[in-house]
Design a binder for this molecule. Structure first.
Ligand code: PLP
Length: 462
C-alpha cells in the first residue's frame, strides 16, 4: 500500500490499490462497457470502478484473470451451498451433457429431480420447474390469483422476488407502491406493500381488503435476514392467510435447502401453500421451481382442469427442467439430504461472524456483523447509533437503518477486501458454503482487519 499513490479520479488509495491489483479485469471491463449497459450482466455485479473478472473457481475460492485467488462469499448469488465444482455435482453434469442438453420431451432426470425436491420439502405435493426464481414467483402469484379469483398481492418493503412487473416497486425504492419505469400502473396498484414484521398492518390490510389473493415474502427476512424475521411472523402469516382465505407463498429462492435442508419452512415449522425455489435447487445451474399444494398446482394440469371445467393456466418454457440442470439439481439435493452441508455452512458462518466482530471491537469501530444460518451482514451504522459489535440487535433497528448502508463506503470496503483476497457481496456481507474452512475464516478475518485499517487511513472511519 505504501508505494501506491491515490487514484487520480477518486483521490482514493484503496481504489488505486484495486486498479493496480486488477489490470486484466480493467481491460475486460472497458471492453464490456461497449457491449452491455454499465458493462455488466446483473445489477448486483455493479462495482465502482469495475468488478473482478473471474476465470475459474473451486470449493470456496475463485481466481481472477490476473491469477489472484479470492475467498468467495458471493457464492454464486447464493446458489453454491456446496461450493464451486462439487465433485458429485460436476460428475452428474458431465454425464448429462454427454447424453444431450435439450430433448423437447420428458426425461428420467426431471422425475428424479422432482423426487429430490419432495424428499426435502414435505409441502411440495406437486412441483413445476422453471428456468429462474423470477419465473417461479411469477407463476406462484398467478396460481394464487387464479385459485382465489382475487387480484391483489401483499408484499413487504425490501423483499426481493425477482424482477417481474409486480415485484418491482418497494424493493429498493418506490416504497409508496408507485410503478417503477416501464411497469403498468394497473399492475403496481394491485400490490399492498407493508413493513416487514408488521402483524397489525397485515391484519388491518386483510380486514379492509377482501381482494388479497396471496402474501409472498422472504421468510427469514429480506436478503437472507438483513432485516430479520423469525418463526413468530411466519406463524402469524399462516394464521391470517388461512383465516382470510389467501394463499401463503414462501419465497425460498435463497433460504431453500440453506436455512435448514428443508428450508425456512422446516426451520419455522410453518407450512406454506406455495414455495418458490431457485439457486441451490438446480445445483449451480439455471433452474427453479414452484412447489406446493396439489389443488393449486392442479391449475396447470390438463386433465384436472378439464374435469373441473376450469381454464388451465398455460406454462411453456423451453428450458424448463432441462436435463443438465436436472442432473445438477438432483446431485446437489441428494448431497444436501445425506450430509450436514447446510449445518456445516451455518456453523462456519457463526464462527466468521464472531471473528469479524472481534476485529471491529479491537479496531474500535462502531459497526456490527450479524446474521443467521450461513449468512453474514455488515452493519456500518449509517445514523451513528450507540452500538458496538457485541451489543447490536438488528431486530431493534429500523428498516431504513438496516437497508441504507452507504453505498460508497461499502463499495470501498469491498475493493479493500478484494485487494486482500476476499470477495463480499454488494451489501458487504455474504453467504457461506459447506466448503469454507476454519483457515478461510482466519484469512478473511485478517483481510477484514487490514481493510478496516485501510478505510481508517483514508479517513472513512472516525
Ligand atoms: C428471494 C429471491 N427471490 C427471487 C429471486 C429471483 O431469482 P432469479 O435470479 O433466479 O430470477 C431471487 C434472486 O436473487 C431472490 O433472492
Amino acid at each position: 500500500m505504501d508505494t501506491i499513490t491515490a487514484d487520480a479520479l477518486t483521490n482514493s488509495r484503496i481504489t488505486a490499490a484495486y486498479r493496480e491489483h486488477t489490470p486484466g479485469s480493467a481491460d475486460l471491463a472497458k471492453e464490456a462497457g461497449e457491449l452491455f449497459p454499465s458493462g455488466i450482466t446483473h445489477d448486483a455485479r455493479n462495482v465502482d470502478p469495475y468488478g473482478v473478472y473471474i476465470q475459474r473457481a473451486e470449493g470456496p475460492h475463485k481466481w481472477d484473470v490476473d491469477g489472484h485467488r479470492y475467498i468467495d462469499y458471493f457464492g454464486g448469488h447464493g446458489a453454491l451451498l456446496l461450493g464451486h465444482r462439487h465433485p458429485v455435482v460436476s460428475k452428474a453434469i458431465a454425464e448429462a451433457m454427454n447424453e444431450g442438453t435439450q430433448f423437447g420431451a420428458s426425461h428420467p432426470r426431471e422425475v428424479q429431480w422432482g423426487h429430490a425436491v419432495q424428499r426435502l420439502v414435505p409441502s411440495a405435493e406437486r412441483i413445476r420447474f422453471t428456468s429462474s426464481g423470477t419465473e417461479a414467483t411469477l407463476m406462484a402469484v398467478r396460481l394464487a390469483r387464479a385459485f382465489t379469483g382475487r387480484t391483489t398481492l401483499m408484499r413487504f418493503k425490501g423483499h426481493f422476488h425477482g424482477w417481474h412487473d409486480q415485484m418491482a416497486s418497494g424493493y429498493t425504492n418506490h416504497f409508496d407502491g408507485s410503478p417503477t419505469p416501464g411497469v403498468l400502473p394497473g399492475v403496481a396498484e394491485k400490490t399492498v406493500l407493508l413493513n416487514p414484521g408488521d402483524v397489525e398492518g397485515v391484519r388491518a390490510a386483510f380486514a379492509s381488503n377482501p381482494d388479497i389473493a396471496a402474501v409472498i415474502y422472504e421468510p427469514t427476512g429480506s436478503s437472507f435476514g438483513q432485516v430479520p424475521l423469525g418463526a413468530d411472523f411466519a406463524q402469524e402469516l399462516r394464521k391470517l392467510t388461512t383465516q382470510y382465505g389467501a394463499i401463503l407463498i414462501f419465497d425460498e429462492v435463497v433460504t431453500g435447502f440453506r436455512a435448514t435442508k428443508g428450508g425456512a419452512q422446516m426451520a419455522f415449522g410453518a407450512r406454506p401453500d406455495l414455495s418458490s425455489f431457485a439457486k441451490i435447487v438446480a445445483g449451480g445451474l439455471p433452474g427453479a421451481c414452484v412447489a406446493g399444494r396439489k389443488d393449486l398446482l392442479d391449475l396447470l394440469d390438463f386433465n384436472v382442469t378439464a374435469k373441473l371445467g376450469k381454464e388451465k393456466i398455460a406454462h411453456p418454457g423451453t428450458f424448463n427442467a432441462n436435463p443438465v440442470s436436472a442432473a445438477a439439481g438432483t446431485a446437489a439435493l441428494t448431497v444436501i439430504a445425506e450430509t450436514d452441508a447446510s449445518d456445516k455452512a451455518s456453523a462456519t458462518a457463526a464462527s466468521l461472524r464472531e471473528k469479524l466482530n472481534a476485529v471491529l471491537d479491537a479496531e474500535k469501530v462502531a459497526w456490527a456483523v450479524y446474521g443467521t444460518y450461513s449468512g453474514f451482514h455488515l452493519f456500518v451504522n449509517p445514523s451513528g447509533l450507540k452500538i458496538g459489535p457485541y451489543n447490536f440487535d438488528p431486530t431493534k433497528a429500523t428498516l431504513e437503518d438496516l437497508k441504507n448502508q452507504p453505498k460508497g463506503l461499502v463499495n470501498k470496503l469491498r475493493l479493500a477486501m478484494l485487494v486482500n483476497g476476499v470477495d463480499l457481496n454488494p451489501r458487504g456481507g455474504g453467504l457461506l458454503s459447506c466448503t469454507h474452512t476454519a483457515a478461510d475464516v482466519e484469512e478473511t478475518t485478517e483481510a477484514f482487519r487490514q481493510s478496516v485499517r485501510m478505510l481508517r487511513q483514508e479517513g472513512e472511519l472516525n
